[in-house]
Design a protein around this ligand. Structure first.
Ligand code: PLP
Length: 395
């Protein structure tokens, strides 16, 4: 038998050979449009901080005030003694923002997904996923023990087909009828395209299924009040489980589920990632609350307008592959295909002072490697021009 270390080194060598090796790059500056990495200042087109809030003074000050009042740690899980006031304030702000009866926050979006799906479904139930949903949804579905079915990305015909199959299982069941849950993202994390939420809502109603929508890349960016794509498409009130993260456009960290009071009460009792995990630090909750408030001010709207102006500038320069359809996105993939070629392209951009990591398998399918360009409200027109110039040299 090879030693433990030899075995791991063999596996790592295989990853390197396939262009799939990943490594951490230490950043010595606050998150922003410029990053200091290994003594070099790089223009950052890789963050999910779409509104440029992660380093915003309002969030920093809210976090500092929470540390002053509540300390650095939370002491225990929320149900033991860690249900500090900042979490309750955040959940009230979230429910008000999303216009739902209630909200529950988790340490991460990942924990929100596993907590909710595993609480709601078990063996004998059926979960139907879009082929491109985030890994945390796939993991949640597998962990739940429910029967997993996948439909091709945004393919309503296949979704209807899966629902018809699930409905037949329900009809055939003699005792416990299976619950059917559909999960999709609103804006897809690696392609930036939008799910046809209206049509999905209509289908789930037709078949009496439940719907969970992951608005990780929609919250803060779409709809008249920036609540998310569900608001923009006027279907929020018809989605049972609205999920999201506080770590992307909201610039803080943590995950959430918004929905009915019954849903939240049930998750407090049954979501294992909520129950058996120390509450996040109060500073994170306070920063997220400040972000939700800020998004709803005129500054929030100004930031969003700026973001869409930069997106328009980038797509007019014909860089990347703008997502199809009429819904703009701050995620603009630049498709490359081969994993090794994507790594080389990212390296060349880094040499020119731009930070855009290569996204490869297993984050996307094999042979679908890409540079995932993301824009922020804090990018300037000249920074986007610099990006366009650098991308033109890749060809
Ligand atoms: C980032 C992301 C998550 C996970 O949220 P975290 O708060 O980062 O754990 C879930 N779903 C999607 C689509 C994401 O992009």
């Amino acid at each position: 038998m090879p030693s433990f270390t030899d075995e791991l080194n063999t596996r790592l060598a295989a990853l390197r050979e396939q262009g799939l090796f990943r490594e951490l790059r230490r950043v010595d500056s606050p998150p922003g449009t410029r990053l200091e990495i290994a003594g070099q200042t790089l223009l950052n087109f890789s963050a999910n901080d779409y509104l440029g809030l992660a380093g915003h003074p309002a969030l920093r000050e809210a976090a500092l005030r929470a540390v002053d009042r509540f300390g650095a740690g939370s002491g225990a899980s929320r149900l033991i003694c860690g249900s500090l006031a900042p979490f309750h304030e955040l959940e009230a702000a979230l429910a008000d923002f999303k216009q739902t009866e209630a909200a529950l926050t988790f340490a991460t979006g990942y924990a929100a997904a596993t907590g909710a799906v595993c609480a709601l479904l078990g063996r004998g139930d059926i979960v139907i996923l879009d082929k491109l949903v985030h890994a945390c949804i796939v993991d949640a579905a597998r962990l739940s023990g429910a029967t997993l079915r996948v439909f091709a990305h945004n393919d309503l015909t296949e979704l209807a087909d899966r629902l018809q199959w699930a409905d037949a299982q329900r009809t055939a069941a003699t005792a416990d009828k299976p619950q059917i849950l559909i999960v999709t993202e609103s804006i897809f994390s690696m392609d930036g395209d939008a799910a046809p939420l209206r049509e999905i809502v209509a289908l789930k109603e037709q078949y009496g299924a439940w719907l969970m929508v992951d608005e990780a890349h929609g919250t803060g960016l779409y709809g008249a009040h920036q609540r998310g794509l569900a608001e923009a498409l006027d279907v929020s009130g018809r989605i049972e489980i609205q999920m999201g993260t506080l770590g992307k456009a909201l610039g803080a960290g943590g995950g959430f589920i918004c929905g009915s009071r019954a849903l939240v009460d049930y998750l407090v009792n049954r979501a294992r990632s909520f129950i058996f995990s120390t509450a996040p630090v109060p500073a994170a909750a306070a920063a997220a609350t400040a972000a939700i408030q800020l998004v709803q001010t005129p500054e929030g709207k100004t930031r969003l307008d700026n973001l869409w102006r930069r997106v328009a500038q980038l797509t007019a320069g014909r860089a990347g592959t703008p997502p199809g359809g009429s819904i703009p996105s701050a995620i603009i993939p630049y498709m490359i295909g081969d994993e090794g070629a994507a790594v080389t392209a990212a390296q060349r951009l880094r040499e020119q002072g731009l930070f855009i990591p290569a996204i490869r398998y297993p984050t996307v399918a094999r042979g679908q490697a890409r540079l995932r360009i993301t824009l922020s409200a804090n990018h300037t027109a000249s920074e986007v021009a610099e990006l366009l110039a650098a991308l033109a040299l890749l060809k």
